[in-house]
Write a protein that binds this ligand. Structure first.
Ligand code: ZN
Length: 226
């Protein structure tokens, strides 16, 4: 706390502070400042105020809340963050960089592999998505990741727990599609749709089983939790 090191408008530094640091701090003449030291105009600063100020130079990314939320898991969120930024090492990007790789989708084989194809133009990945979250079957054309999150965030009867559950589910799907894609590309490992869904469901359940409103979620998301 600032009050621990300032008294009567002058420095009151701890005795054990290294001399070079004390010397640097003492160069700031508090008596030349205004009578009241405040944090950006806020009399009672809290961590949130500090964070907001510290990161104020960074762009505000509106969709970040879909990835980094109370129920997020680092492993799944990280890959989804990369997918949203189109930074996964998918065939179209590698070919663009001159790296020779197979350009076809590992799931349907009949299309070029790209971020938008994998998430979720591809028949295989879209079927997986809608089997787990049937409300997404409403799309006439195949949605991309942004459209999926946007749709889920606008479902009015969803509580914040429902929304977080859906956001987590999407990130788990993104991660396991990526894992399955790599398994198919670089080894003989290959799961069919049911097997992949089972893995995804198991991963989601492991994460949410201790959530406060698990029983309510079980009612709303039978395809995953029942
Ligand atoms: Zn495909």
């Amino acid at each position: 706390m600032l009050t621990d090191v300032v008294a009567l408008n002058s420095w009151n530094l701890p005795v054990g502070l290294p001399a070079d640091i004390s010397s640097m701090i003492m160069k700031v003449d508090l008596s030349s400042l205004s009578q009241c030291i405040t944090w950006d105009g806020v009399g009672s600063p809290i961590s949130k105020t500090f964070s907001k100020s510290f990161y104020s130079n960074l762009d505000d990314i509106g969709w970040a809340k879909f990835i980094w939320h109370k129920g997020s898991a680092l492993r799944y969120a990280s890959y989804t963050w990369m997918a949203m930024h189109r930074k996964l090492k998918i065939a179209d990007l590698l070919i663009l960089k001159g790296i020779p790789v197979s350009s076809s989708c590992s799931f349907c084989v009949s299309n070029w592999e790209s971020h938008s194809h994998l998430y979720f133009e591809c028949d295989f990945t879209f079927r997986t998505l809608t089997a787990l979250l049937p409300s997404l079957g409403i799309f006439y054309l195949r949605p991309n990741l942004h459209q999926v999150y946007d749709f889920l965030s606008n479902i009015r009867h969803f509580s914040s727990f429902d929304s977080h559950f859906c956001y987590l589910t999407i990130s788990v799907i993104v991660y396991w599609i990526w894992r399955e894609r790599n398994g198919r590309k670089f080894s003989s490992l290959r799961k069919n749709q049911s097997e992949m869904m089972a893995v995804i469901i198991q991963a989601i359940r492991a994460k949410v089983i201790k959530w406060k409103h698990y029983d309510t979620l079980k009612v709303n998301f039978k395809e995953i939790l029942d």
